[in-house]
Design a protein around this ligand. Structure first.
Ligand code: HEC
Length: 143
């Protein structure tokens, strides 16, 4: 019984923490705030065509071995996480045949291209190569 109460308290504490996170997301911005520029997405498209298209496909829909990077599949995996986490995944593990081997700028540019392919709005500023800023941008459903 005591054990059970302790667990309930833990659950309550966790929910409070999750709510607090939700608040900081709202303040820090989301992918709907125009976080990349169209020139950056254009550069990212070139990166994508050079280094990603063979596996993730021309329409970013993936193939039988590689996951799609757009639409519901993308949101299913990434909603509630940050652009920082998405960026890290790509920078550390992609392309799978030579992970981490692209120039640093190419990694943020390709993220911009994937944002555009997911119909998130363009803005005036580029996505920076800065983990702290990327961590402050939530991948959220349209509000
Ligand atoms: C040689 C094939 C290959 C290449 C090239 C490749 N990928 Fe992948 N990618 C995969 C496979 C297989 C997975 C699934 C396994 C995993 O998540 O590590 C994956 C997973 C991913 C994921 C996570 C999927 C998700 O939504 O959770 C992202 C994002 C991604 N790739 C982006 C890229 C980008 C951007 C490039 C180009 C810079 C790239 N990949 C190049 C094969 C590839």
């Amino acid at each position: 019984m005591g054990n059970c109460m302790a667990r309930l308290k833990l659950v309550a504490a966790l929910s409070a923490a999750v709510c607090a996170l939700g608040v900081s997301y709202a303040q820090g911005g989301t992918v709907w705030d125009g976080v990349y520029s169209s020139e950056q997405a254009e550069r990212g498209e070139a990166v994508y065509k050079g280094a990603c298209i063979a596996c993730h496909g021309q329409d970013l829909g993936g193939n039988s071995n590689s996951p799609g990077l757009v639409g519901m599949g993308f949101m299913f995996l990434w909603e509630g996480r940050t652009l920082g986490a998405f960026f890290e995944k790509i920078r550390e593990e992609m392309p799978t045949d030579r992970p981490g081997q692209l120039p640093a700028q190419d990694y943020v540019d390709v993220v911009a291209y994937i944002m555009q392919a997911n119909s998130f709005p363009v803005g005036d500023n580029e996505l920076p190569y800065d983990a702290e800023i990327l961590d402050g941008i939530a991948i959220a459903p349209k509000s």
